[in-house]
Design a protein around this ligand. Structure first.
Ligand code: LLP
Length: 410
């Protein structure tokens, strides 16, 4: 988003015009930013065979999926519904990795029937898999490396108290099951969490994965999950993708030499690909001063963007209706009957009723975590590509709120 001729624009498109055209609240995605993130990641790993499996859960609109597909990216899906969405969009089954947790074996079978690679994250499912398929269906195993990483406990998932993956301490047990059923393990996976800053964390994960890999002789890839940290506020330190690429590629090449075969290295970024592309445009309904604070109540809330309330996540906000005039300090809150503070104590251009506020970094886990709480419809979504705007999801209506409810007689 840039200020051009006193207007906030993306790809030359005036954002307040989009708010007028489509209404608010409105999710807007900069498709060119998604493309450039993908290119940067590819460039950083150009010396190894790297595959990107976009974490569908971050933003799963079919047009976004098609955009990443057209950039030569595969997908990681967490539910059978995400698998079906990706197939619907035209991904080949071979481009889809299915990484469920705590699902029934029936759902895993459904994925196998669809021809999709399954990433198994517990020993009972590994045994079911062996019993059902033996050496017939290749699979990946998700290991929990016991690394506590990142600054936010809610999104750090590779530590010893996390429900995800098979403990690295159970590797012997895993290899016993693999041998007993002659399982065809072609990949090993770790994911330490989201908002992981440091290349060192990936290198630590890599060491654990390399060590474990020596117990499996037919591997084709090692998957390091996602979690690259993006910038949420000015001056934020972010994962240095270039440095990550250099360090991890070097370690990976050394490993491949000792393993005796060239493997593929996989990553499953969600935030890195879509977070910064997204803006949630909301309208100031009321400016309300209390003895302590000036609140700006907007036409959205935790029903549309849960991250600030669920993770105490910081999202930058901008009054895009004004580029000059005085600054004031505001707390932006939603219209939901909860304390849904979107942004506290922010210095912004003076806000008047009807002004449009852009909430940044709304591409990842924004719409995909939205709900109908307080019986509010979910926003529309607009994709900007090549200087044009496309409505990729209609705004929900009151009819949608009623859609699956039955008035029964008793
Ligand atoms: N791979 C696996 C197995 C994952 O569980 C996740 C995220 C990713 C990749 C992608 O992680 P990313 O690159 O997006 O950080 N809703 C939270 C984040 C939850 C992440 C869940 N798994 C948030 O808004 O911060």
């Amino acid at each position: 988003m840039q200020v051009v001729d006193q207007k906030y624009k993306i790809q030359g498109i005036n954002l307040t015009d989009l708010a007028t055209k489509y209404g608010t609240p409105l999710y807007v995605y900069d498709g060119e930013k998604i493309r450039s993130q993908i290119s940067a990641l590819k460039a950083a790993f150009s010396s190894v065979t790297m595959r990107i499996k976009y974490a569908t859960k971050a933003l799963s609109n079919v047009n976004i999926l098609r955009l990443v597909k057209d950039s030569g990216v595969g997908v990681d899906a967490v539910s059978i519904e995400e698998v079906k969405l990706c197939l619907h969009v035209g991904f080949e089954p071979g481009d889809i990795m299915y990484t469920p947790n705590c699902v029934s074996f029936q759902e895993i079978q459904e994925a196998v029937d669809l021809g999709v690679m399954v990433n198994i994250d517990n020993i009972p499912m590994l045994e079911h898999f062996g019993h059902a398929y033996g050496d017939k269906v290749p699979l990946c195993i998700r290991l929990n490396p016991h690394i506590l990483a990142g600054g936010n406990a809610k999104i750090s998932v590779g530590h010893i108290d996390s429900k995800f993956g098979i403990s690295i301490l159970q590797l012997k047990h895993v290899t016993r099951v693999v041998e007993a059923y002659k399982l065809n393990v072609v990949g090993l996976h770790v994911h330490t969490g989201s908002d992981i800053l440091d290349a060192e964390v990936f290198l630590k994960g890599a060491e654990i994965l390399f060590d474990a890999a020596n117990s499996f002789k037919d591997l084709r890839f090692l998957d390091f999950g996602g979690g690259f940290k993006v910038g949420y506020k000015q001056g934020d330190i972010t994962t240095n993708i270039q440095e990550l690429g250099e360090k991890v590629s070097m370690a990976f090449k050394d490993f491949c030499r000792s393993y005796g075969r060239e493997l593929e290295i996989w990553f499953e970024p969600g935030k890195y690909i879509v977070s910064e592309s997204g803006y949630l445009l909301v309208k100031a309904n009321v400016i309300k001063s209390t003895p302590a604070t000036t609140f700006v109540g907007v036409d959205s809330g935790l029903n549309h963007l849960l991250r600030p309330m669920m993770y105490d996540a910081y999202h930058d906000v901008v009054n895009i209706s004004r580029t000059d005039g005085p600054d004031r300090v505001y707390t932006i809150v939603g219209y939901i009957c909860e304390t849904d503070t979107i942004a506290a104590d922010r210095r912004l251009k003076e806000i008047k009723e009807g002004d449009i506020i852009a909430i940044k970094n709304a591409g990842a886990y924004g719409f995909s975590m939205a709900s109908n709480y307080n019986s509010r419809p979910r926003p529309a979504e607009v994709l900007l590509l090549g200087g044009k705007d496309y409505m990729i999801r209609k705004r929900e209506s009151f009819d949608d709120i009623l859609k699956h409810q039955e008035m029964v007689s008793w």
